[in-house]
Design a protein around this ligand. Structure first.
Ligand code: EPZ
Length: 422
């Protein structure tokens, strides 16, 4: 089993370049199959989610080539093949093939999606949206079957500004007859990235990035290119690490507006940073003021940064509170922070953190992707050695995390304790 081993308390200085956004690329690849021709994606991060999605489109008989973070997808021989459960279970975002295959073939068979265990994560908003567009939805065993004679534009209101539902409905509506309106749409930057690709392919989408999106259906979607936007959650994670142990740590390739909520909280805590066009330079202050945080939909404080942020909150002078409002069970990191010596009390979705506490390295595990990011962050400031198990969760969402941190002075490596035992 591969583990990450960190010897903490090193000062990190130098440059970390942010990769393309995981939560964009996992939707851009399914969106690409809507083209009747070739689509080229630039700045595609080489993470396991990317590899899993390339396996899926290859199974759908799309040709693909992936070199130097450039992914070319050719859909001319595409077939609507059933995606095996073993593949679709690997990541929650396999559900984007529902909207894409429904739009392309008016038929889709997709196994129930996988994904991090951070809550029930139903997809009722997606299904209601497909039904509004004219699809019939059945459940057969543990897979959904979507059928539509034709797809007609509709007015769709989302009970919650769901990122996945907004994107999936946008995909399904692209080639529908007539116009679709999504109200209370999610406004995350990744949605703008996907809408831009679809418009580059000839779709007619307006309002992406606002809560009202209009999609005028078109007959044909042609070839296109797109740049994957920088990963704001990766950028935020390294910014938090810089706030804890950076010395003029440069984080490059960021979009400042995408991490505005985090930066305003860091300012509240007394953390100073400098931002030029796409580079943030940050150093750890001597102390941190306590702060209260509530995770919200964009542009609020992102739920995906709540867990790594808890590692920083263990160092504030006083009581900090982090309330997680998006997921009901995003607490896999708490017991391991406590094991490392943090004073955290968890009340339902609220973490009450009293600092500063001296963290000590120990054996921990990544219960999910961002809990894993919290363990790496805590390990970098803990005294002694931290060993993190289940690191495949982390490698799904952080491209070259060990190399990136090693290059700025961290003592971090991946061991394989099967081999190392021999
Ligand atoms: C996306 O998940 C991201 N994943 C998540 O990132 C992120 O935390 C989330 O958006 C919120 O920003 C990807 O993009 C692959 P939602 P998604 O639909 O689309 C409930 C990470 O760490 N809901 O906005 O699944 C749902 O249960 C991951 O990178 C319904 O009830 O998020 C959750 O409580 C984790 N019914 C809330 O809404 C639905 O039909 C937010 O879900 C859909 C969602």
């Amino acid at each position: 089993m591969r583990k990450i081993v960190i010897n903490g308390q090193k000062e990190l200085t130098g440059e970390i370049k942010i990769s393309g956004a995981k939560n964009s690329v996992v939707a851009l690849i399914p969106a690409a199959i809507l083209s009747d021709d070739k689509v080229t994606l630039y700045n595609v991060p080489d993470i396991s989610d990317t590899r899993s999605l390339i396996d899926i489109i290859n199974l759908l008989k799309c040709e693909s080539s992936y070199t130097d973070e450039t992914l070319v997808i050719d859909t001319k021989n595409i077939q609507n093949t059933l995606i095996p459960e073993s593949l679709s279970k690997k990541l929650r975002a396999s559900y984007y093939f529902m909207g894409a295959l429904l739009a392309k073939f008016h038929y889709a068979e997709i196994y129930f999606p996988g994904g991090c265990n951070i809550g029930s994560r139903p997809i009722d908003f997606h299904i209601k949206g497909f039904e509004k567009l004219g699809a019939k939805v059945e459940i057969e065993g543990n897979k959904y079957i979507f059928r539509a004679e034709k797809l007609k534009g509709a007015r769709i209101y989302l009970d919650f500004a769901s990122v996945g539902a907004t994107i999936n409905i946008m995909l399904a509506a692209c080639k529908a007859e007539g116009t679709t309106y999504i109200s209370n749409a999610a406004k995350e930057p990744e949605i703008v990235n996907i809408a831009t690709l679809l418009n580059n392919m000839g779709a007619r989408i307006s309002g992406a990035g606002t809560s009202e999106i209009r999609i005028e259906g078109v007959e044909h979607l042609h070839s296109a290119v797109i740049d994957v936007i920088p990963d704001r959650i990766e950028a935020g994670t390294y910014t938090i690490i810089g706030a804890l142990c950076g010395k003029d740590l440069k984080i490059t390739g960021i979009i400042e507006d995408h991490i505005d909520a985090l930066l305003s909280k860091l300012k509240e805590m007394g953390v100073e940073y400098k931002c030029t066009i796409n580079t943030l330079t940050i150093s750890a202050p001597k102390e941190y003021k306590p702060v209260n945080i509530r995770t919200l939909v964009f542009p609020g404080f992102p739920t995906d940064l709540g867990q790594p942020m808890c590692a920083l909150l263990t160092q504030t002078n006083g009581v900090s509170i982090l309330e997680e409002t998006i997921y009901e069970n995003r607490i896999g990191h708490i017991k391991y922070l406590q094991k490392m010596g943090a004073h955290v009390r968890q009340e339902n979705r609220t973490s009450i953190i009293i600092g500063p506490s001296k963290l000590k390295g120990t054996e921990v595990e990544a219960t999910d992707l961002r809990a894993g990011a919290c363990m790496v962050t805590a390990g970098l400031i803990a005294e002694g050695t931290t060993t993190i198990d289940n690191i495949e969760h982390i490698l799904r969402g952080y491209e070259n995390i060990v190399e990136k941190l090693t290059n700025v002075g961290a003592d971090i490596k991946i061991i394989d304790d099967e081999i190392d035992k021999k």
